[in-house]
Design a binder for this molecule. Structure first.
Ligand SMILES: Nc1ncnc2c1[nH]c(=O)n2[C@H]1C[C@H](O)[C@@H](COP(=O)(O)OP(=O)(O)OP(=O)(O)O)O1
Length: 167
């Protein structure tokens, strides 16, 4: 089976001891809390897509130079030839207050009160790495949208070094 790769972004804003999540109101991942992101369009860079999706989904502006790439995640679904290639970013400098949009209801969560029961099932595996400041590469193979068949996570020394060898 030929695997088709689609590139997505996923942005987490941090403030004090809190993280901004959004409750997805429609479409893929509906009713789950997640970071803000979506597909990278052909006319933009991954960083531009990350800033655009954050703005569209939460009304918050971020400069691309403030986005720190902290992880690379790959999701596959049994029987589906598409692999989701998700570039994860974190930022603690941004402009504006999060507001509800057509896609998301934003809310700040204390780091010890992340709503894992209402999130993608992989999140409670890699959030602890993210919250402790690690860089990482994760692969998750799903059956449907709620069952992880298998996964692997690797901590990374640097994202630049990772992308030099991971095409
Ligand atoms: N399993 C898992 N854990 C954490 N985050 C994610 C997943 N799967 C995912 O897809 N994601 C993230 C990656 C993206 O940030 C979003 C999905 O993007 P989506 O909303 O489908 O993309 P858009 O381009 O905004 O979609 P439309 O506007 O076309 O509906 O979730």
């Amino acid at each position: 089976m030929t695997i088709l790769k689609k590139v997505y972004t996923l942005v987490f804003l941090r403030k004090d001891n809190k993280i901004l999540l959004g409750l997805k109101k429609r479409g893929f991942g509906v009713n789950k809390w997640n970071g803000f992101g979506g597909k990278v369009e052909p006319n933009e860079t991954i960083l531009e897509a990350a800033a655009r999706e954050l703005k569209e989904e939460s009304c918050v502006d971020v400069k691309t130079s403030e986005l720190q790439n902290i992880a690379h995640l790959e999701f596959t679904f049994e029987g589906d030839p598409t692999m989701m290639d998700v570039r994860v970013f974190s930022a603690n400098v941004f402009q504006g207050e999060p507001k509800e949009t057509e896609e998301m209801i934003p809310k700040w969560f204390e780091l010890n009160a992340i709503p894992y029961n209402d999130m993608w099932p992989d999140d409670n595996i890699w959030f602890p790495l993210m919250l402790s400041g690690k860089l990482f590469y994760g692969i998750f193979n799903f059956k449907g949208f709620n069952t992880i068949l298998n996964y692997n996570i690797q901590e990374l020394e640097s994202m630049e070094a990772f992308y030099k060898i991971h095409k």
